[in-house]
Design a protein around this ligand. Structure first.
Ligand code: FAD
Length: 323
């Protein structure tokens, strides 16, 4: 029995989540005495594919054709389920990314499997019964899921499991089977990228700003701070509602849930609906001129003061530190 991991790439380069899911699978393989097979879909060069062995993938299967260069949910789900059957995989692991959220239930249905979506823990294993923790209600609660079916699909939240090196030597294979025409029924004519920056749900550092910034013209310093830190930018809901920033940056209960190592909140009050999207961040830094702002209650570090004075000083200090 092997564990099958679907690894995502962008333009032929693996995302950080790819190394996370392989590391996570390797940790489960160690508990269950199994091997890890990684499946890559779309064009990824052999040199990039072999990077997966550093994290413990013993077999790497590449499904590479022009038809698969863009994400097509049905086609990708077909391949993952097909490879799982070919390999006799009983555990299929993918990232709970934008595409993973669509793929996981489809793959689980095709394999008649139990599904844990958005897992944040390793499983506790008692025979066929696996118990996993996931975050629920916009990360306000934790749910314990019991997976009892023989085949299990697990989607892992980005940043929930640290990448761990575990070098093995891998065997490379190609996926040759035909994909049913019905699963290729979507024709993608053009892909327009909203941003080339790191994707918000996967970012390790997020610089986020709210209505305290007064207007869109003041976001230059937020972007500069994010650039210096190699961070993604985010915002509160009223900011994206007012079109100061794109909706893809809106964090919170009704937006994106993030779990970075560092979340810097600038001029955001810390309403419960915003906190719902950031509470699983590992370290929270708040910059707000109001010492009573609710965000300070959940902050690891707080700076009381005017963002227009503090942020430029922070940028200067970080640039000096970086040399
Ligand atoms: P404000 O509440 O206006 O706060 C601005 C903050 O900036 C204040 O704390 C102020 O002290 C500070 N400030 C002002 N000037 C400066 C300065 N110069 N320097 C430093 N600090 C300064 N909100 C979300 O963000 N995400 C969601 O997903 C979300 N979903 C919602 C769902 C529902 C059903 C509802 C009812 C609301 C939702 N909201 C959500 C809105 C939420 O309740 C708050 O209204 C919103 O988060 C407030 O945004 P803000 O903190 O940017 O603005």
């Amino acid at each position: 029995m092997s564990l099958l991991v679907y690894v995502e790439n962008t333009d032929g380069k693996f995302k950080k989540s790819a190394f996370e899911v392989v590391s996570y699978a390797k940790a489960i393989a160690a508990l269950t005495n199994n091997t890890v097979t990684a499946l890559s879909i779309g064009h990824v060069a052999a040199e990039e594919l072999t990077k997966l062995q550093k994290y413990g993938a013993e077999k790497i299967i590449s499904a590479d054709s022009n038809q698969l260069s863009n994400f097509i949910n049905r086609a990708y789900a077909h391949i993952i389920a097909d490879v799982a059957k070919q390999q006799g995989a009983q555990v299929i692991i993918l990232s709970n990314s934008f595409s993973g959220k669509g793929l996981a239930p489809r793959v689980a249905t095709k394999l008649d499997a139990a599904l844990a979506d958005g897992a944040i823990s390793l499983p506790e294993i008692q025979g066929d019964n696996w118990t996993l923790t996931k975050s629920a209600f916009s990360a306000k609660a934790f749910a314990k899921l019991s997976l009892q079916a023989p085949i299990k699909v697990i989607s892992l939240n980005p940043n929930a499991f640290e990448v761990q090196e575990n070098e093995v030597s891998a065997q490379l294979e190609t996926y040759e089977s035909q994909i049913p025409a019905a699963d290729l029924g979507v024709l993608i004519k053009e892909v327009v990228r909203a941003t080339d920056k790191v994707s918000l749900p996967e970012a390790e550092i997020v610089v986020s700003a709210g209505r305290g910034l007064k207007g869109p013209e003041n976001w230059g310093m937020i972007e500069e701070l994010a650039d210096v830190l190699g961070a993604a930018t985010a915002c509160s809901k009223p900011v994206s509602d007012a079109d100061w920033r794109p909706h893809s940056e809106h964090v919170g209960q009704t937006g994106i849930v993030v779990s970075p190592n560092l979340y810097i909140a600038i001029g955001i009050s810390g309403a419960i609906q915003h906190l719902a999207g950031v509470s699983s961040s590992k370290t929270i830094v708040v910059i707000n001129k109001d010492p009573e702002a609710p965000f300070f209650k959940v902050a690891d570090y707080g700076i009381v003061g005017d963002a227009f004075e503090i942020v430029p000083q922070l940028i200067t200090a970080l640039k000096a530190y970086k040399g």
